[in-house]
Design a protein around this ligand. Structure first.
Ligand SMILES: Cc1cc2nc3c(=O)[nH]c(=O)nc-3n(C[C@H](O)[C@H](O)[C@H](O)COP(=O)(O)OP(=O)(O)OC[C@H]3O[C@@H](n4cnc5c(N)ncnc54)[C@H](O)[C@@H]3O)c2cc1C
Length: 397
């Protein structure tokens, strides 16, 4: 039986970074993953360019039942630390929008960087490996893998959440938490497109591919201003993905399709200048033509000229376009979700070390726990920060 100082389960963002850091500080680390290659989500991320962090990382950008939990790790290993590492590896990057940082070339540069960092730390990596059982005794943890038994004093669970089972996601981390008596909070898909109920879906399907800037508000008052995309299944785009993490089944969202325009003032101004202009053509100056035509067919935009539009109808129109209330049917679920909300209850863990308070030597990092970031590089930053905090603890003790 081979013994290590620490075994890390999951060669994703958090697992690789933690293993590399601990290895470089002198720990003998085994990194285990069920996949053929490490960092599969990283490769898919950011449209293939990996949105690896965000310039405006702050605790308020994370959802958790314990909103304070993420503060310590985010403050100790910041976005600037990771940007520095990316720079040391000669990876060129750019800011796209809202502080989101992407590789200029491709996401595999980040995976290569993490693999190189693991090699620098002499990390032993075992891919295509299933963990059949985990047992704990006074010496630490013994894992039965397919083919061999391995043991270590410390066990780090970095197996991620349930999103994208096609990329190797499994409930392994939650099962281990439960095995050792830790509470796991209910999970659900986050950063995920909405599906719509049938009549509305059929009416809007012609808009598939149309994108508009929007302000979207959840029932709890959370607001995002980003673009919204109509799809053949419902609604997507950054604004929708963001609000989906704040949406509960059965709730409505309110959508302003014209956040950059004072529609009432615009219509009054146009009426004075061009009274015989059709309302449809006037609105097409502010919204995609396909959207205007669709809304007219649905009876939401009257077929009139501006001088024929009375003030009551104008008010209704303004409300329709700026406070469009939609009740999603549901979400596309884990199949397309970028993240999993909920997970291992952070009240069970130390925010400094990520170690389970009542199970010495057992650590959870990354998405497996109940910390979920906004879209825009926040989730990878949580992976880096929580992994770093854990690695310091593995080395200290
Ligand atoms: C398509 C997509 C795009 C994304 N884009 C971005 C982005 O641009 N920016 C951003 O910040 N976030 C993005 N995310 C979210 C981000 O990928 C995750 O939050 C992050 O990868 C979580 O890191 P992690 O290490 O905790 O888990 P993961 O990266 O999911 O790694 C977990 C690893 O554990 C392995 N594993 C699971 N179960 C087992 C098991 N039973 N045995 C052995 N190994 C196991 C998995 O194979 C995987 O390699 C995206 C997610 C998706 C799905």
């Amino acid at each position: 039986m081979e013994r290590f100082d620490a075994i890390v389960v999951g060669a994703g963002a958090a697992g690789m970074f933690c293993a590399a850091q601990a290895g470089q500080a002198g720990c003998r680390v085994l990194l285990v993953d069920n996949g053929k290659k490490p960092g599969r989500k990283i490769l898919m991320s950011g449209g293939g360019r990996c949105n690896f962090t965000n310039m405006y990382v702050e605790p308020a950008a994370y959802l958790s039942q314990n909103p304070h939990f993420c503060k310590s790790a985010l403050a100790r290993y910041t976005q600037w630390d990771f940007i520095d590492l990316v720079g040391k590896h000669g990876i060129a990057w750019h800011e796209k929008t809202l502080g989101q940082l992407f590789c200029d070339d491709a996401a595999d540069q980040i995976v290569k960087m993490l693999v190189d960092e693991c090699e620098k730390g002499n990390v032993t990596m075992r891919l295509r490996t299933e963990i059949l059982s985990v047992e704990r005794d006074d010496d630490g943890y013994t894992l039965q893998l397919n083919g061999e038994t391995v043991a270590a004093k410390k066990l780090v669970i970095a197996s991620g959440g349930l999103s994208m089972p096609g990329l190797g996601a499994t409930p392994f981390g939650y099962k281990i938490a439960e095995q050792f008596g830790l509470k796991v909070l209910p999970t659900r898909a986050g950063l995920v497109p909405f599906t719509l109920h049938k009549p509305l879906l059929e009416q809007l399907q012609v808009l598939s591919g149309v994108s508009v800037p929007a302000v979207i508000t959840a029932e709890d008052g959370t607001v995002f201003r980003e673009s919204l995309l109509f799809t053949h299944r419902g609604l997507s785009g950054p604004a929708v993905l963001q609000i989906s993490s704040y949406w509960q089944s059965g709730e409505y969202v309110s959508i302003n399709l014209l956040p950059e325009c004072d529609l009432d003032a615009f219509l009054n101004e146009q009426r004075s200048a061009h009274p015989n202009q059709s309302l449809k053509n006037t609105l097409a100056m502010q919204l995609p033509k396909r959207l205007v035509e669709c809304l007219q067919q649905l009876g939401q935009i009257p077929d009139v000229t501006l001088k024929q539009l009375n003030m009551r109808d104008q008010q209704t129109l303004v409300e329709t376009l700026t406070e469009w209330r939609v009740q999603p049917n549901g979400t596309e679920g884990y199949r397309t979700a970028e993240v999993t909300l909920g997970g291992v209850d952070t009240n069970e863990l130390s925010s400094r070390t990520m170690e389970a308070r009542n199970v010495p030597g057992l650590y959870f990092i990354g998405e497996v726990m109940d910390v979920t970031g906004w879209l825009g590089g926040y989730n990878f930053q949580w992976a880096w920060s929580s992994a770093w905090a854990c690695a310091q603890a593995l080395v200290e003790e």
